[in-house]
Design a protein around this ligand. Structure first.
Ligand code: NAD
Length: 479
């Protein structure tokens, strides 16, 4: 059943409130294109309040013991799990994804918080042996300071919880600018932390005009660290703003993931895993497989298997129990995808399956398979961020690896092969931040999560994710 949809407020200094000028933005249900609610649009004075509160929050949180912080975080994880069902319904309403996928996202967020809560207790420093007797040399880790985090609409909770968990575990306060298109579910994530006892000011939540908020907060002297998830062009802009103010940044940006299918690949496994992974969240996933690079010897079998599995998927409202793919999340996606498909066809590609919008209300789009796309066509170079797979034919492993590494993107890559030598070659030569071979195994809290090249820098998983929120302070003492 569809839930009542709330208006979403800002959360500043431990208080839920409207924007100073009472301004708001509409929130639209992507399955029906109707306005279902509003989200507060922060004014400059709200951002200033949030920054000042983040400094006060930092002063409190930094001084709490890691054990105490960890207990509060674990409590937040528990609260989130208890509320998973109503929050999942909000997420499906505002983002469109099938209810089961929303539930999984929320439960995974609980795991993420728990893992970082524990890892925050292990931010060890070092005692470094001295060259001279009577000298003690110590390097200790300190939280870097208040963080400004910018998170997108494709995984409204997952994208925020990675940044929140790592920052809080390190002892930082954080202001999250969550997505205006999908505001209610990330607000419930923040509410879980507040209800768990995170002190006022430690977490702030703002929405509004993204460029206004990022320009104000990144430049603000209180903010010491920036983290962004979104497109490469916006990431480059925010990275340069951060650099201009000497603030370290973590950038989790776009991708155009290659999938290498070798001639000895287990095709049944490759098809079933990759179809599910390609069309999850209607393909609006930075690590979604996009360019399928298939060995000549198995190309026809792979294409027919993939097309049959894609055509069997049920597209529909995320609240319908049998829906496997929901609508695209906003009105920008369909025109983008249609442009890419038209360009691909104009450059000689075939739309082997799908390719069209479904119905006239709601941003539903057919799971689409494009074959024989020219390497110069836009779809082979720009992230489709939608339910489109491109499958091309390659003569040998060298040609596949060359194509896999051709783009400046380097986020996720996938491969299916049997021979150990082929797998070793792929692991060594595929230029990607993350490579998953013969299964889909990315994105767990304890694993590195991040890209190289134009896909960004820094990791949002594993121990290194906490390091990004810590400074090293060194002291040498002659006793
Ligand atoms: P976009 O580039 O306009 O925005 C992407 C995200 O960045 C949004 O959440 C937006 O609010 C935010 N943003 C935009 N300008 C900003 C600014 N100046 N300061 C701070 N935040 C800003 O594109 P879009 O139409 O929302 O999304 C489409 C593209 O974004 C996709 O093609 C994909 O490449 C990328 N994207 C990536 C991810 C990811 O998980 N890496 C998630 C969502 C979108």
């Amino acid at each position: 059943m569809k839930p009542d949809y709330p208006n979403t407020q800002l959360f500043i200094d431990g208080v839920w409130r409207d924007a100073a000028a009472q301004n708001s933005l509409d929130v639209v249900d992507p399955s029906t294109e109707t306005v279902i609610g509003a989200v507060a649009k922060a004014a400059t004075s709200d951002l200033e309040d949030a920054a000042q509160a983040a400094q006060r929050g930092f002063d409190i949180w930094r001084d709490m013991s890691p054990l105490e912080r960890s207990k509060i975080m674990r409590r937040a994880a528990g609260i989130l799990r208890e509320r998973a069902e109503p929050i999942a319904a909000l997420m499906t309403r505002e983002q469109g994804k099938p209810l089961e996928q929303s539930r999984i996202e929320i439960l995974a967020a609980g795991d993420m918080i728990d893992w970082f809560a524990e890892e925050g207790r292990r931010t060890y420093g070092q005692i470094i042996p001295a060259r001279q007797s009577g000298v003690m040399q110590v390097a200790v880790k300190h939280p870097i300071g208040p963080v400004a985090a910018f998170t997108p609409w494709n995984f409204p909770i997952n994208q925020a919880v990675r940044k929140l968990s790592a920052a809080l575990a390190a002892g930082c306060s954080i202001i999250v600018k969550a997505p205006e298109e999908t505001p209610a579910s990330p607000a419930e994530l923040i509410r879980a932390f507040a209800d768990a006892g995170v002190p006022a000011g430690v977490i702030g939540l703002v929405y509004g005009e993204p460029a206004h908020i990022s320009e104000y907060l990144i430049a603000h002297p209180v903010i010491r660290k920036v983290s962004f998830t979104g497109s490469t062009p916006v990431g480059k802009h925010l990275a340069s703003l951060s650099g201009a103010h000497m603030k370290p940044a973590t950038m989790e940006l776009g991708g155009h993931a290659p999938v290498l299918i070798a001639e000895d690949a287990d095709l049944d496994r490759a098809v079933s895993q990759m179809v599910a992974h390609k069309f999850r969240n209607a393909g609006q996933v930075c690590i979604a497989p996009t360019r399928f690079l298939v060995h000549d010897a198995v190309y026809d079998r792979f294409v027919s298997g993939f097309v049959a599995a894609a055509q069997a998927l049920k597209v529909g409202n995320g609240f319908d129990e049998d829906s496997q793919i929901g609508p695209l999340a906003n009105d920008r996606r369909i025109p983008m995808i249609e442009e890419l498909l038209q360009d691909a066809v104009a450059n000689g590609a075939t739309i082997t399956s799908g390719g069209k919008r479904i119905g006239k209300k709601g941003w539903f789009f057919e799971p689409t398979v494009v074959t024989n796309a020219a390497v110069t066509s836009r779809i082979m170079n720009e992230e489709p961020f939608g339910p489109v797979a491109v499958i091309n034919r390659y003569a040998d492993l060298d040609a596949m690896i060359q194509e896999a590494n051709r783009l400046d993107y380097g986020l996720a890559a996938y491969a299916y092969a049997s021979a150990q030598s082929t797998i070793q070659r792929m692991v060594q030569d595929v230029a990607a931040g993350m490579l998953s071979v013969n299964h889909v195994g990315l994105s767990l809290p304890e694993l590195p999560f991040g890209g190289i090249r134009d896909s960004g820098y820094g990791t949002e998983g594993g121990s290194d994710a906490i390091s990004a929120y810590l400074d090293t302070h060194f002291a040498t003492i002659h006793v």
